[in-house]
Every structure is written in structure tokens, then in C-alpha cells.
Design a protein around this ligand. Structure first.
Ligand SMILES: [Zn+2]
Length: 147
């Protein structure tokens, strides 16, 4: 299960609307507690795919390392990733599965229809190696932001 505050949930959806008709992408930092991943911050990334940004995303590995290091300073780990599907359903594609390598992390996909975020779903990457990995539906629990 993935838990996040409504502010972080809205931020993911807003990012997808801003980059429409291109895909947005980013990283979810937080804590893992067994099967529960709790998001404490959302970090936007630049989509480095210039050949096909409408239906592909790619996060620069150097950017990922930088985010991971910054998270560690605040005792946060990478617990997931997000990207948008402009005018495509919020379901993972075969490419999304092929390019997912972080086992036990959440992969959040937001559908953006004609510039407006609609469905947002999350999938956990399960399995122990590349040959038998799967993206499995998981629940997103959104809580109201603490003030
Ligand atoms: Zn995708």
C-alpha cells in the first residue's frame, strides 16, 4: 500500500497537467514499513526522453543519485516513482514494466485527459528478478495534509 498526503497527491497530478501533452516524471521519497510505503516528499524530475516524450519517460541516473543522497540526509528513502500518461489510461504499459527495476517500490501513473488529471493508480513492482517481475495493483491511501 502507498500512503501519501493530499498535498503530495495533488502535486503529482498538477505536474502531469503542467507537462501535458508530454509525460512528467518524478520520485517519491519517504519510508518503507513492511508492505506500506509512506510518502513524505515528491521530487519532480525532468523527462530526459527527447525522442518520444509523449509516451516515454526517463529519469537521468545522476539526478536519481542526487535525490537519493538528499533523501538520506533527511532519513528518507526512494519509495516510488511517478509519471503521467497523456490521453492514455492510468495502467502500466509493457515498456513501463520493462523499465521498472526497483523491487518493492511503488510506480504511480496519472492519466491526463486533454490537460486535466483524471485517474491516478499505483502499482508495486514485485518479484525477485528481472525475469519474473510484475507490476501489481496497490491501494493509494490519501490523507488530508496536516497543517
Ligand atoms: Zn507509462
Amino acid at each position: 500500500m502507498l500512503k501519501m498526503g493530499s498535498n503530495d497527491f495533488d502535486e503529482i497530478r498538477r505536474h502531469g497537467e503542467e507537462t501535458y501533452p508530454y509525460e512528467c516524471c518524478g520520485v517519491l521519497l519517504g519510508r518503507m514499513d513492511g508492505d506500506v510505503r509512506s510518502v513524505s516528499s515528491v521530487v519532480r524530475c525532468g523527462n530526459t526522453r527527447t525522442d518520444s516524450p509523449q509516451n516515454r519517460y526517463h529519469i537521468d541516473p545522476r539526478e536519481l543519485i542526487r535525490i537519493q543522497r538528499q533523501g538520506r540526509e533527511r532519513e528518507e528513502d526512494i519509495v516510488g516513482f511517478y509519471h503521467s500518461h497523456p490521453d492514455h489510461p492510468a495502467r502500466w504499459s509493457p515498456t513501463d514494466l520493462a523499465e521498472a527495476h526497483w523491487f518493492g517500490c511503488s510506480y504511480v501513473i496519472t492519466c491526463v485527459e486533454k490537460g486535466k488529471a483524471s485517474a491516478t493508480n499505483s502499482f508495486e513492482l514485485t518479484g525477485s528478478d528481472e525475469d519474473e517481475k510484475k507490476l501489481v495493483d496497490e491501494k493509494i491511501e490519501v490523507s488530508q495534509a496536516e497543517t
